[in-house]
Design a protein around this ligand. Sequence first.
Ligand code: C2E
Ligand code: CA
Ligand code: CA
Ligand code: CA
Length: 279
Amino acid sequence: AKRHGRGQYRVFTEEIKLRQEHGLLLGKQMNAALRDNRFRLYFQPQIDLATGGIWGVEALVRWIQPDGSALPPSIFIPYAEESGLIVPLGRRVLEQACMTGSSWLQAGREELVISVNVSNKELAAGDYLENLKAILAETGYPPRLLQLEVTESSNMVQREQQLRQFRELADMGIQLAMDDFGTGYSTFSVIQSLPFQVFKIDKSMTDGIDGDSKARSIVQAMIVMAHSLNQQVVAEGVETAGQAEVLRSLGCDAVQGYYFSRPLPLDMLLDWMDSREKG
Ligand code: C2E
Ligand code: CA
Ligand code: CA
Ligand code: CA
């Protein structure tokens, strides 16, 4: 190992330098994109398994490039979280979601819950609630039609602060969903103490559900537990009819995934919903 020591060190520092330069560039580009409004929401419909109707939509952010292509969040959310840019980005996301929802209501569309992803870094920023209230007031969007998807934090100090925030959000009538359920640190005591209405089963759990009987048993247990706590379950990443059928038979409340629809830009979502109502 010693023989390689120096060389490795040099490679390592070079990598850090590259990452820093890459970060600076990405930061500059993200700031410009924020200024020029190039972050746009796509919406993935969620299907109510009991009625076959639309349960709600999840808003997923995309970075629209000059050629019209849409960069997925995996390219920029990690850096946004690291650099703090997630705070202004999250505001844009929330604003766009509430503005879109308000315009649907004004157009006389049926009420629909819009689900927005919130990172722990945003919640920890301090003025999250204040800002959220301002956006709700500005857009006139009813809090009961807003759902926030959060992943559980592993940090105990953050956890205390989160608990207070979650209670206040719930008191405002906002719905809370625990995202990526089955992958994180969620413990039974945390689940018991947090005011969540919805659990979202992660794609990694959905994947095995129509083949692997173990995966099916685990998902079944999650659904039974959630229901006994009066909470609902949405499974994500459903790609086949078989998976949807198993989830329905297990009593899962709603599903989303490529089998039904990919996340769509707003105009395409509206077309999708209209054609579904007719057909
Ligand atoms: P997530 O919250 O777990 O969102 C689900 C991801 O799975 C989305 O990826 C969605 O497009 C994708 N997906 C949905 N159905 C299927 C399927 O059937 N098959 C496959 N292979 N994938 C499916 P996306 O849009 O790339 O988002 C990735 C992650 O980025 C999200 O994971 C979320 O954690 C984060 N993210 C997205 N938008 C926002 C945002 O506005 N704010 C924050 N803080 N995070 C966001
Ligand atoms: Ca999510
Ligand atoms: Ca997530
Ligand atoms: Ca997930």
